[in-house]
Design a protein around this ligand. Structure first.
Ligand code: PTJ
Length: 253
């Protein structure tokens, strides 16, 4: 008998969800994902479940504005933690390329060794622009997410974050940066603090943003500015909550 690489049969009704778990467990065994990251994924899964595990229109609307904002920015940076690297390294590399924005390794559970491991992993997934020097600090943050790269988040004008914590999001904004957050939980502090909140799973949002970026690169600066100026994040968060309520109450029991 040959032992399969994955124990999940393709016919399993929750195949994709189980494959994602396997990716994270593999990332954990390789020292990229921390045990706390597995717990954080559980919370994300629960929210994804009540969103319906698809990209809703409010998410796509925010993805478009996020890409427009990054294209308009002088120094956009994509902040990557362990879970994000384990789940979407290749697509993050593509997004980095198309937006001309470096990926910066920034983690809550910091060690120089782990940061280097994640950076190497992103490079092996094709990313040519990975920052991880940890040679600067964001004032006011006590935890390790304060450690940033001088050429990256420290001097960025726009930062894309995912699986972020609310206080850093707030401090990044206070320091004059625009913050785009991808978070499945529309109630989180991060979701409420960000300038643009994409309530979606990173496994869908990042590939979609790559495609959107290809399209928006053909837009004029005015068209990009109009998209950003006409956007209201509070309206989008409200739509997310209404959509969840509608979806959950519509399920036949
Ligand atoms: O930075 P690291 O790698 O050392 O680890 C950081 C973790 C993930 C442990 C840390 O950031 C953390 O504790 O995250 P939180 O505070 O639990 O926040 C995670 C948020 O991301 C929650 O609101 C989840 O709903 C959401 N989330 C989880 N998985 C996904 C997600 N959002 C989008 N896509 C996901 N796949």
């Amino acid at each position: 008998m040959t032992i399969p690489e994955s124990f999940v049969p393709e016919s399993h009704p929750r195949y994709l969800s189980l494959i994602i778990r396997e990716k994270l467990v593999k990332g954990f065994r390789n020292g990229i994902v921390v045990p706390e990251g597995l717990i954080a994924h559980g919370r994300g899964e629960a929210f994804d479940y009540i969103i319906g595990e698809i990209s809703r229109s409010f998410a796509v609307e925010a993805e478009k504005v996020a890409v427009a904002l990054m294209l308009l920015s002088e120094k956009p940076v994509i902040s990557v933690n362990g879970n994000a690297a384990a789940l979407v390294a290749e697509k993050l590399s593509e997004l980095s390329e198309v937006l001309n924005a470096p990926l910066e390794v920034n983690v809550f559970h910091w060690s120089r060794e782990r940061v280097k491991k994640i950076a190497e992993y992103l490079k092996s997934a094709g990313c040519k622009n990975v920052l991880y020097a940890g040679d600067a600090e964001i004032k006011g943050i006590k935890h390790f997410r304060r450690i940033v790269d001088r050429r990256g988040i420290y001097s960025a004008d726009t930062v894309l974050v995912m699986l972020e914590d609310g206080d850093r999001c707030e401090l990044l904004r206070e320091s004059g940066k625009k913050v785009i957050a991808i978070d499945l939980n529309p109630l989180s502090r991060t979701a409420r603090m960000a300038d643009v909140t994409i309530v979606n799973n990173i496994i869908r949002a990042i590939p979609e943003m790559v495609n959107i970026a290809e399209e928006l690169k053909t837009w004029s600066e005015k068209e990009l500015r109009d998209a950003v100026n006409n956007y209201d994040n509070r309206v989008v968060l409200r739509k997310a909550l209404e959509s969840i309520a509608e979806y959950v109450t519509g399920v036949q029991v």
